[in-house]
Design a protein around this ligand. Structure first.
Ligand code: TRP
Length: 360
């Protein structure tokens, strides 16, 4: 059996460098590794609507933004199928059947759902669609028989839920679905890149993101304003590296070669950290270095985005062709699911014959 990737993002805003190190960069590497038979990258608009029901315009506007971000990072429509979730009706049909295999209390225990309910102040009025989105996510993954789901750590509970549904389905109806594996970023700093204010997570509502589409000046401004060690006041003071956003970003982005190019007084990040901890190294110097590293990484992404921006109709064509291909794959799985569940009456000649006999 082949190796298949399925992953995606909610189109609620432009993608930022947290998405990039947490998932996008890896996707492109996996795409180019040639190890996968199929790669499906989904813009999860239906899922985004589960907590944005009153704001469909936001979702609609951001589909093209996310598509541009994907393409600019190097996702190649020749190698990866980019598609829009809502255009695949089979996904909702699968969700309806999987709902019978999941209990309300199991959904209530899902840590991601729990924290999102809190974040959105949904406590007393949780939309049913939102509450059940882990089941819909299981449909997304299983419809494509995905073996591998590269996502951030926050998606772990979704993968657990999916695996449970797969096991339950296969044990009740016979082996039909494929159990997926999560693929997390291998670098600790990439798991959860903090916002530029040092807050736990980059998030649009906190205004602490660096977006992939931002220009050089904006990125530089944000880097220079980053949260560091608040007790590192004078250059000669010893500084703290843990919890220091600038160093967390360097952990995520910098390689030894960057030192040779931009900061040759140091061989590697360990030496820089050592100097900072000892005292005598100012924040501005470290920030300038981070800026150089980030700009190097983001420049080709920006340039590719500019190219695709010139041909938006082509980007829509990519999404349309991708959605058509994805729909075919999902339809095939749905057919197998319905056969396993014995709801394929018209294809079941034995059933029809049985009933003919019964009433002869
Ligand atoms: N929940 C994911 C997010 O919030 C988006 C998503 C929807 C997804 N369906 C998926 C990710 C299936 C991986 C696999 O970003």
């Amino acid at each position: 059996m082949g190796k298949i990737i399925l992953t995606g993002d909610r189109p609620t805003g432009r993608l930022h460098v947290g998405h990039y190190v947490g998932s996008l960069k890896r996707r492109v590497e996996l795409q180019n590794s040639g190890e996968f038979d199929d790669i499906y990258i989904m813009i999860a608009d239906a899922q985004a609507l589960t907590d944005n029901a009153d704001n469909p315009e936001k979702i609609r506007q951001n589909i093209i933004e996310v598509a541009l971000d994907y393409l600019s990072c190097g996702l190649d429509p020749e190698k990866s199928t980019l598609f829009i979730q809502s255009q695949i009706p089979e996904l909702t049909e699968l969700t309806f059947y999987y709902m019978n295999l999941v209990t309300v209390s199991r959904l209530q225990r899902n840590p991601t759902v729990k924290s999102e309910i809190q974040m959105r102040n949904f406590e007393a009025s949780i939309p049913v669609g939102f509450f059940t989105y882990p089941i819909s996510q299981a449909s997304d993954i299983t419809a494509f028989k995905a073996t591998t789901v590269p996502v951030g750590e926050d998606q772990l509970p979704m993968l657990e839920q999916t695996k449970e549904i797969v096991r339950k389905f296969n044990s009740v109806y016979g082996k039909t679905l494929v159990e997926p594996e999560i693929l997390l970023p291998d670098n600790e700093a990439c798991l959860r890149l903090p916002g530029i204010d040092g807050k736990a997570k980059m998030s649009k509502s906190l205004g602490n993101c660096i977006y992939l589409a931002e220009d050089e000046k904006e990125v530089q401004k944000k880097v220079m304003s980053m949260y560091t060690d608040p007790n590192h006041i004078r250059v000669q003071d010893p500084g703290q590296v843990e919890g220091n956003t600038v160093f967390t970003y360097l952990d995520a982005f910098c390689k030894d070669e960057h030192f040779a190019e931009y900061l040759p007084e140091y061989a590697n990040l360990d030496e820089l950290k050592e100097h900072y901890t000892r005292g005598g190294l100012g924040d501005v110097k470290v920030k300038r270095f981070l800026n150089a590293v980030l700009q190097e990484e983001l420049a080709p992404i920006r340039a590719r985005r500019k190219e695709y921006e010139k041909d938006i109709a082509y980007v829509y064509d990519i999404l349309k062709a991708g959605s058509e291909k994805a729909q075919k794959t999902a339809a095939k799985t749905l057919e197998e699911v319905k056969a396993a569940m014995k709801i394929n009456y018209f294809e079941d000649e034995a059933l029809i014959q049985q009933h003919i006999k019964k009433y002869q």
